[in-house]
Design a protein around this ligand. Structure first.
Ligand code: ADP
Length: 162
């Protein structure tokens, strides 16, 4: 059985992430989405459990997906779920340098391969950081995120912050 592991901060999960998960679910028998606590991102908007719930609610239509939240090294999770490959979405050349370095490190640590899926042009401008800013100042993000995420963002920022 092939397993694709899709890690990310997903703070919050958006339509670019959704597209990568849907495409990976066509390639692998099972897809594991791992919401990660990233120590370099100090103050997350949503805690890990909230992120896990939002991702699960956004992926009810994908039958072969499992969601986990983790605070450990990615290669440990890759081993635990018996991952065939780590899957990462690439938006632009700017993503490439750090993604390449991470892929090489993960392969050196554990032998696990990384598969890159290019984002579609419809979603290549989406970034969680940008969506947090737009939502915070009351902008409409409903066309960029799945409905369960839009709902949580609206609860977080009922009138936006101005
Ligand atoms: P990280 O904190 O690891 O950068 P993110 O939550 O920002 O995680 O993203 C998780 C994964 O989704 C990464 O592989 C990232 O490149 C990919 N990704 C982010 N935004 C998009 C997008 N708009 N289209 C496709 N892939 C994306």
């Amino acid at each position: 059985m092939t397993v694709g592991l899709i890690p990310g901060s997903f703070d919050p999960f958006h339509n670019g992430h959704l597209e990568i998960v849907e495409r990976a679910s066509q390639i692998f028998d099972e897809v594991v989405v791992a919401a990660i606590r990233n120590p370099q991102k100090s103050q997350p908007l949503f805690d890990l459990e909230e992120r896990r719930e939002m991702i699960a609610d956004s992926l009810v239509h994908v039958p072969n997906v499992r969601i986990v939240s983790i605070s450990t090294l990615l290669v440990n999770v890759a081993r635990d779920v018996n991952a065939t490959a780590i899957v990462r979405g690439l938006r632009a050349v700017s993503d490439f340098e750090s993604e390449m370095q991470m892929a090489q490190m993960n392969r050196s640590l554990s032998g696990v391969e990384t598969l890159f899926l290019p984002s579609s042009s419809d979603h290549s401008f989406l970034a969680s950081r940008l969506l947090r800013e737009v939502a915070r100042y009351g902008g409409d993000v409903t066309s960029f995120v799945p409905p369960p995420v839009a709902k949580r963002l609206a609860e977080k920022y009922p009138e936006g912050i101005s």
